[in-house]
Design a protein. Sequence first.
Length: 323
Amino acid sequence: MQPSEIKRLADAIKANVQQVVVGKSAVIDQLLVALISSGHVLLEDVPGTGKTLLAKAMAASVSGVFKRIQFTPDLLPSDLSGINFYNQQASRFEFRPGPVFANILLADEINRATPRTQSSLLECMEERQVSIDGETRKLDRPFLVIATQNPIENAGTFPLPEAQLDRFLLKVSMGYPSFEEGKAIMQRFKTDNPLDKLQPVATAEEVTAAQDGYAQIRVHEDLYDYMLHLIERTRSHQDIAMGVSPRGSQALLRAVQVHAILQGRDYVTPDDIKAMAKPVLAHRLILRAATTRGAKGNPAEAILDQLLAELVVPAEPQLQGRG
């Protein structure tokens, strides 16, 4: 699939989602980046901001298999992956697949499950497969995990470990709507839920073709250096205990390529990197305790803003050359 075709597909999905979700254009774009680049998204914000609604609208726009899991402390790994059960009538064991066997999986309030259950998603998210009773089963493409969590409620929750946070391509915050958006939400949902009438505008096969085609977006040599200088500075910054890993650098490359497509280009610019740096990298930084103590806002994002301001930006005219 060519970049222009990928953009048309993304625009159709976005327009469909916006029939339900008011505003949040940048957040929808970030979910599209994850979908097309075969990544996963962690939606984090206070209750009632539309996290689950956005995930459901995205799933309803693609004619694949959608499953939702409400994470609770008593949820078991087998509740996600499935089990082998004994069929007495057939006198044999049969496999009953769990909800991870889907194209889009909504993991609602993921931090309410125990670490044992959370860890059962690691293999699914990274390797797109599930190992059950010594047998490995591949997951169908596309496979997108959209997980939600509430950052202000700590009772009965289990914070995601760094290893699992690193599996998410993006960490996104919904944010409160503006006054006009809030009014539009009230009017749109006054009589019924538009999600109930939403129809798919893309097939799973089209999304898979887009996932195979986005890598052809050109990245100039100077932009590889620009991204790596940013990542290396996170590893030596005085306020960061552990910087971005090579997995994070690969994630940033994938994200900026898709972001360039969404902007109607077939090449990456520094603006793509600046737009995706915080959602891709901030949740991968492990800050020193002294940095987070009493900090306002998101200190990881503040550090990335500082590093981006210090880096020399490559000139865009040179980046357009096909050389």
